[in-house]
Ligand binder design. Structure first.
Ligand code: ASP
Ligand code: MG
Length: 457
C-alpha cells in the first residue's frame, strides 16, 4: 500500500479535487490510503473565528463561519451532481450548524481554551475529507471516509498533541487493511486525532504531512506521496536565480537543513516516522503529476556535486552582545540564552568570541524589549536587513577546502557571520539582505553548473 497526502492547495476547489481523483485513480493498483488537508486557508479562518468568539465577538465569528459554509457548499455542489448534492448538503449543514453552536458557546463564555480551539480547527479536515470522499465516489472510486479521530491516538497537549504510536498503530492496523483488502480507498483528514478518551486534538500547524507519515509508518507503506503545488525541492529559490533545478533525490538530513532555513515545501521533521522506517517520501505536484518530483531518502544518495541546494532566509536581525567585563566568567552564555527564552525569540545562527556573542533572529517586534533586557548584562547592538545563506550537501563532510572556494567566490562581499560544523552538512553565513540575489546567482553558477544527472533534473 501507499499513502497519498493532498495538501490544502491540492484540494482548494472543485478543479483541484477532480485532479486529485484522477491522480489517485492512476495509483489504484498500489492500494492508496488518502490523507487530506483542510481546503486551502480554511484552518486559518477557523482559528480566526475561534479567536473572535473567544474575545466575545460572536458576530464576527459567525460571519466568517458563514463565508466558510458558502465556500464548502460551492465546492461540494460543483463536484457532485444535484442528486447526490441534495443528500450530502444536509450532512454539511449539520456540521456547520454544530460549528456555529460551538462558536456561540465560546462567545458566551468569552474564553477560548486550547481544547476548544482544537475542536473548532478539526472542522477543516473533517469537512474536506467528507467532500473528497463524496467527490471520489462520484468519480468511480470506491472511497470510504475514515475519521482520523478513531485512528490517530494522541496525548492531550492540545494544538500540538503528540501521537501515541502504539495505540495509533493498533487502530490503524485494525481499521485500514480490511478496507484495502476490499479494494476501497480510505480517505482520512490529516492534522487531527483524539486522546484515548476521544477528545479531539490537533498535531500542530501543517500537521497533515505528519499524519501521512504516521499512517505510512504504522502500516508499513511502500512509499508516501506528498502532493503539493510545486515540482519538488529546487536547488535554490527560482525567484532569486532562474537557473534553479529540481533535486530528484535528497537525504532526510539535507532536506531538514533546507527546511530550517526557509524551504517551505515540507518540514522533514514531520516525515521522520516514515524515514525512520526507511519508507521513501516523495514530494509531487498535483498540477503537474507526470513530473517525478523529489524523493527524500534515509541516506544521502551518491552525488558528484558538493552541494544539493542553497537556502536563503531573509528578514534577519543580528544581535551582538559584547561584555568585556564578563571575560572568562562562566554563566554568560546561559544568561544570554535565558534572555532570549524569556522573550520567546528563537535563535538561528550563533558565533562566539572570547568577549562577545553574535546571534541571528527573525526580525520582529520583540527585539527592542529583548535588547533592553540584554543591556543589563552587556553592551548590545542590533541591526536588521540581514539574510542567512545556507549551502547544504552531504559531501561537505568529506570534501576539503570547500569554505575556501565559497568565500573566494565572494571575496568582495561583506560576510557578517560564518557557521559551519554543527551538522557537518551545511555551511552557513550571514550577509546584507541587498546582496542576496548576486550572491546566490554567483554561488549557483559556481557549484550548480555541471550537475550530476542522477541527482538533479
Ligand atoms: N490544515 C492544517 C493547517 O493548515 C494542517 C495542514 O494543512 O497540514 O495547518
Ligand atoms: Mg502543508
Amino acid at each position: 500500500m501507499i499513502v497519498m497526502k493532498f495538501g490544502g492547495t491540492s484540494v482548494e476547489d472543485a478543479q483541484a479535487i477532480t485532479r486529485a481523483a484522477g491522480i489517485v485513480k492512476a495509483r489504484l493498483p498500489q492500494k492508496p490510503v488518502v490523507v487530506v488537508s483542510a481546503i486551502a486557508k480554511v484552518t486559518d479562518q477557523l482559528l480566526a473565528m475561534a479567536r473572535a468568539a473567544g474575545a466575545g465577538d460572536r458576530d464576527t465569528a459567525l460571519k466568517v463561519s458563514r463565508g466558510l459554509r458558502e465556500r464548502h457548499y460551492n465546492v461540494a455542489g460543483e463536484l457532485l451532481g444535484t442528486g447526490i448534492f441534495t443528500q450530502f448538503h444536509s450532512e454539511l449543514e449539520a456540521d456547520f450548524d454544530a460549528l456555529d453552536e460551538l462558536l456561540r458557546g465560546i462567545a458566551a463564555v468569552g474564553e477560548l481554551t486550547p481544547r476548544t480551539s482544537d475542536h473548532v480547527a478539526s472542522y477543516g479536515e473533517l469537512l474536506s475529507s467528507k467532500i473528497v470522499t463524496a467527490a471520489f465516489s462520484a468519480r468511480g472510486l470506491d472511497a470510504s471516509m475514515v475519521d482520523s479521530r478513531q485512528c490517530i491516538v494522541t496525548d492531550s497537549t492540545h494544538m500540538r498533541a503528540a501521537p501515541l504510536f502504539e495505540d495509533t498503530n493498533q487502530r490503524l492496523q485494525s481499521t485500514l487493511p480490511p478496507l484495502l483488502a476490499d479494494n476501497r480507498v480510505p480517505v482520512m483528514g490529516g492534522f487531527i486525532g483524539a486522546t484515548k478518551a476521544g477528545v479531539t486534538t490537533t498535531i500542530g500547524r501543517g500537521g497533515s504531512d505528519f499524519s501521512a507519515a504516521i499512517v505510512g509508518a504504522g502500516l508499513g507503506a511502500e512509499r508516501i506521496e506528498i502532493w503539493t503545488d510545486v515540482d519538488g525541492m529546487l536547488t535554490t529559490d527560482p525567484n532569486l536565480c532562474p537557473e534553479a533545478k529540481r533535486i530528484k533525490v535528497i537525504s532526510f538530513d539535507e532536506a531538514a537543513e533546507l527546511a530550517y532555513f526557509g524551504a517551505r515545501v515540507l518540514h522533514p521533521a514531520t516525515v521522520l516516522p516514515a524515514v525512520q522506517k526507511n519508507i521513501p517520501v516523495y514530494i509531487l505536484n498535483s498540477r503537474n503529476p507526470s513530473c517525478e518530483g523529489t524523493r527524500i531518502t534515509t541516506r544521502a544518495p551518491h552525488c558528484r556535486n558538493i552541494f544539493k541546494a542553497i537556502a536563503v532566509k531573509k528578514r534577519i536581525t543580528i544581535v551582538d552582545v559584547a561584555a568585556p567585563r564578563m571575560l572568562l566568567a562562566h554563566g554568560f552564555l546561559k544568561a544570554i540564552f535565558e534572555a532570549f527564552d524569556r522573550h520567546r525569540v528563537p535563535v538561528d545562527v550563533v558565533s562566539t568570541s572570547e568577549v562577545s556573542v553574535s546571534l541571528t533572529v527573525d526580525s520582529n517586534e520583540s527585539i527592542p524589549a529583548l535588547a533592553a533586557d540584554l543591556a543589563k548584562l552587556a553592551d548590545v547592538k542590533y541591526e536588521g536587513r540581514k539574510a542567512i545563506v545556507c549551502l547544504v550537501g552531504d559531501n561537505l563532510r568529506e570534501t576539503p577546502g570547500v569554505a575556501g572556494r565559497v568565500f573566494a567566490e565572494l571575496a568582495d562581499v561583506k560576510i557578517r557571520m560564518i557557521s559551519q560544523g554543527a551538522s557537518e552538512i551545511n555551511l552557513t553565513f550571514v550577509i546584507e539582505e541587498d546582496a542576496v540575489p548576486g550572491v546566490v546567482q554567483r554561488l549557483h553558477k559556481t557549484f550548480f553548473s555541471d550537475l550530476d544527472p542522477e541527482v538533479f533534473a
